[in-house]
Ligand binder design. Structure first.
Ligand SMILES: [Zn+2]
Length: 113
């Protein structure tokens, strides 16, 4: 987006015609959802990371920055508590652009409707 008028290094098309960025965004979509677990504990689930990402390492960094417990599990990261308000900025610092991150705000932590 920044170098308008250029040629895409990926597909060789003018940036105007190139859809690589759109495709990449659709593929690389990190979703953040909150679930209620045992004993009413809220857990933030972050998923959609590329398979090349070291989730154990990422979980450690997220836990440190958010000062919470958590773990990497089967292709996603779980963090104790509701971190939807801060996780986008934290992920951005770790190299995941905000536009890649989709936060699901539908869960309010209240009783089911
Ligand atoms: Zn392209």
């Amino acid at each position: 987006m920044s170098d308008e008028g250029g040629i895409c290094p990926n597909c060789g098309l003018p940036i105007d015609l190139c859809v690589c960025e759109t495709i990449a965004q659709e593929e690389a979509r990190i979703t953040v959802t909150v679930e209620r677990r045992k004993w009413g504990r809220l857990t933030t689930v972050v998923e959609g990371f590329d398979k090349t990402i070291d989730l154990g390492d990422l979980a450690t960094k997220l836990k440190g920055k958010l000062a919470c417990g958590g773990a990497a599990k089967h292709g996603h990261v779980e963090l104790q508590g509701d971190h939807r308000g801060t996780i986008t900025a934290v992920l951005a610092k770790l190299g995941f652009p905000e536009e890649m991150v989709q936060v699901d705000w539908s869960f309010t932590g209240r009783k089911r409707r």
